[in-house]
Design a protein around this ligand. Sequence first.
Ligand SMILES: NC(=O)c1ccc[n+]([C@@H]2O[C@H](COP(=O)([O-])OP(=O)(O)OC[C@H]3O[C@@H](n4cnc5c(N)ncnc54)[C@H](OP(=O)(O)O)[C@@H]3O)[C@@H](O)[C@H]2O)c1
Length: 312
Amino acid sequence: MSSNASWDISTTSDEVAAALSSHIKDKTVLVTGISPDGLGLDFCRAIASHSPKLIILAARNPSKIAAAEEYLRSLHPDVPLKPLQIDLCSLRSVREAAAHVNETVPRVDVLVNNAAMHAKELVRTEDGLETSFSTNHIGHFLLTNLLLKEGGAMRDGGRVVNVTSNSFRRGAILWDDPSFLKTPFGEGWAAYSQSKTANVLFSAALAQRFGDRKVYSYSLHPGLINTAMAKKMDMDNFSQRFNVTLHWKTFAQGTATHVVAAFDPSLEPHNGAFLTDCQIKPITGPEAEWATGKENAERLWKLSEELVGEKF
Ligand SMILES: NC(=O)c1ccc[n+]([C@@H]2O[C@H](COP(=O)([O-])OP(=O)(O)OC[C@H]3O[C@@H](n4cnc5c(N)ncnc54)[C@H](OP(=O)(O)O)[C@@H]3O)[C@@H](O)[C@H]2O)c1
């Protein structure tokens, strides 16, 4: 359970940040995907007033980083910010960004792997990977491990938050064809679900492998928020096709679980857990078969190492 049993679907990131203020103070936090109209930037907004040591704003587009800096400075002129350019669907770019962080930042306490995209068509990255899987999981897998390894800014441990989506409940990892060489791509839902299942298993794998090094990792579903991505995904059409009822959250409600996962010390005994609506939520139902279990987590780790060409 989180440190407050009454936190739920309507709790805001401002309420959670106020309660966890002493855990935000003096922390260096790296957040991927901080574009305007997105959850990453709203998470930064919520923690900026609680004296973090540094917020590293990571995005592929320098003009979006500049817009995020301007927005945060307009609210909190003194908050220390550092821009970081990273294209998560390029292994070269991820390696450069990680090297830059490791050389210039003494310690990252919290890494929030928030960025994601939903590719509606099959497009391969420069590394030959499917774009959703590459951006949403493989880029974050490489970034995280390069920070955690010897000489990295998280070598002494820290928190790794993987922002997933309830879409993990609709699709497993395609172990034999993660890059869609043979599998029909359709409108990209299988690829998006695969990447979001990977986010859940990646947290479980980090807890399994590095828990004894004080690495804590949690995955989370933020709920449904009308961000730039949600607008592109045409959620009304989605709700009809998959027969799900939509409950829209405000941005501040949508980033409350980010703040819990990133800072709540009460989660420590539950390393690797999945959270939603500010609480740990055990994964049950058919999806437990593909999104839980040591074997799946370990298999994803091996596959990811193979795809990035490095063992961790
Ligand atoms: N909104 C929802 O209802 C909802 C529901 C479930 C899960 N989520 C999850 O919440 C997280 C945040 O999504 P959001 O809704 O806030 O959407 P968003 O505003 O579109 O944020 C996604 C971020 O990822 C960045 N990104 C995409 N491709 C990238 C790449 N190759 N390299 C670096 N950054 C890249 C985007 O940058 P650009 O602006 O440059 O594209 C953007 O900043 C995602 O993990 C998403 O799966 C959201």
